[in-house]
Design a protein around this ligand. Structure first.
Ligand code: NAP
Length: 445
């Protein structure tokens, strides 16, 4: 592994990378099938990823013809890292077993360990025999859309593929490791003005927000639209704020502390609601909504921007969903990609149908949407929201922070990179954008 790292640090040529020996094993953050039931009877909030995320050597898998082996310099924690580590809502070993039934190559994934991680930035070491667009030595970032592109259901919108999966969550060999196995069409050029860790935190969350807000497959936001964004300094929310501002919309960001409100102001989002201070009680108890609190939220939004939201960027789920469906404007759109606080959602259908609202389900991003999101990142029009950097050994601790909502933005993980700040090759673009814009979340920590 040291030789691989040396070649990366020396910016070696493609031939040098092609001739490097691939180690038989590599260090990886993984969970164990034998621990699937370790949290039986434990409340969700008390399930601790630090107990189940292990760091250790695993065998290097063989490469399928359409795959690339990447030396991972950095990766990131996503909420799906937490889901896998606490085996909720289901154990991801079930997904690996289902994948294994699809093809000979897919059988490799069904193991008694699961290497996690759905983001990565690094350098291509090997390409499969059918790979044409990438070569050893290419500096890449990776998106997590994993599918069989020979399946006709994938051809219009690759997120519609019947066998679409999230790499590193529903597949093995993810990015929280020294090496990662990726389908060639998951790779994208690494943004040259960013460090490895800044490049590694974007693809999953930024692409998700792109599809939800910008794409015609999501809410297709237009100039002047008011967009209510829950968790506006969280992983997907912090990119959502940027997309709204970039597209001429008016973000209303919801956060839960004055520190997070300050970050929003720095991002340029001036309509901010601190939900802790506002102390909304959307539920009287586990089964009864409090509609007057939905109205209070609507009033607060109108007090800030003078009108109801055209779009609500929804992901907390059960705790906020009824309110989101209520406050969105007549004819407006609620777009949702998650349900962190509970997935059995309830809303008052009378307000929904009488006010001709729309509800759009959204999940990650198709190839094109992920590529567009990376293009905007590479041009310096959207910025990383990296707040803290951890070592690979600290993956469980970082996942714990996300589980407990102790973080802002994205948490990066150094895999092979020996320190932060490496990998920047376009210093001119970086200087043009300015360190202050690139490090808003980093400075907040
Ligand atoms: P994150 O970094 O933890 O951010 C979520 C934010 O939501 C938090 O910062 C928190 O902000 C807010 N929040 C949490 N609980 C809340 C509640 N009960 N009511 C209101 N706000 C609440 O997570 P993320 O990476 O943004 O992901 C958010 C969700 O989206 C997760 O469930 C994740 O699995 C999902 N996701 C789905 C996709 C997909 O493709 N379908 C992709 C990415 C993420 P405040 O405390 O500041 O309000």
């Amino acid at each position: 592994m040291q030789e691989i790292l040396k070649a990366i640090m020396d910016d070696a040529d493609s031939e040098t990378f092609a001739n490097l020996k691939i180690p038989a094993t590599y260090r990886a953050a993984h969970i164990l099938k034998s621990e699937e039931t370790i949290f039986a009877g434990v409340a969700s909030k008390d399930k601790d990823p630090r107990k189940t995320v292990h760091i250790g050597q695993v065998p290097t898998p063989e490469l399928a013809p359409d795959e690339c082996l990447v030396a991972v310099m950095a990766s990131s924690i996503n909420f799906n890292t937490v889901w896998s580590a606490i085996f909720e809502p289901v154990s991801t070993f079930g997904a690996l077993a289902r994948l294994a039934r699809e093809s000979e190559w897919a059988k490799r994934h069904d193991l008694d360990y699961h290497v996690l991680g759905s983001d990565a930035a690094g350098v291509v070491l090997r390409v499969g025999t059918a790979v044409r667009n990438w070569k050893p030595g290419d500096k890449v970032t990776a998106h997590c859309n994993h599918l069989d592109d020979q399946d006709p259901s994938a051809h219009d919108d690759s997120m519609m593929a019947t066998n679409q999966r999230i790499w590193g969550y529903e597949t093995n060999f993810g990015g929280l490791a020294e090496l990662a196995v990726l389908k060639a069409n998951q790779l994208m050029p690494k943004p040259k003005h960013l460090s490895w860790e800044e490049s590694a935190v974007n693809a999953l969350c930024s692409s998700t927000s792109y599809r939800m807000l910008v794409s015609k497959n999501g809410a297709a936001m237009k100039q002047g639209d008011v967009v209510l964004i829950w968790g506006a300094t969280g992983g997907i929310g912090a990119y959502a704020v940027q997309y709204v501002l970039n597209g001429g919309g008016i973000p209303v960001g919801v956060v839960s502390s004055p520190e997070k409100a300050k970050i929003l102001h720095e991002l340029g989002c001036h309509a901010v609601i601190d939900r802790k201070t506002a102390n909304y009680k959307f539920w009287n108890d586990d089964n009864t909504h409090n509609e007057s609190e939905w109205r209070r939220l609507g009033k607060d939004i109108r007090g800030l921007v003078g009108e109801d939201p055209d779009i609500v960027f929804e992901h907390p789920g059960r705790s906020t969903f009824g309110a989101s469906m209520y406050v969105v404007k007549r004819g407006g759109t609620v777009v949702t990609c998650a349900a962190t606080s509970g997935f059995m959602l309830e809303f008052d259908n009378r307000h929904f149908w009488m006010r001709l609202k729309r509800l759009v389900g959204s999940h990650f991003a198709n190839y094109r949407e992920a590529w567009e999101a990376n293009r905007l990142m590479s041009k310096g029009m959207i910025h990383p929201v990296l707040s803290q950097v951890f070592s690979l050994d600290e993956t469980g601790t970082a996942a714990y922070q996300v589980h407990k909502n102790l973080h802002e933005g994205k948490l990066g993980v150094l895999c092979l990179a020996p320190k932060e700040g490496l990998g920047i090759t376009d210093k001119e673009l970086r200087a043009k954008i300015g360190e202050d814009k690139l490090t808003i979340f980093r400075r907040a920590k």
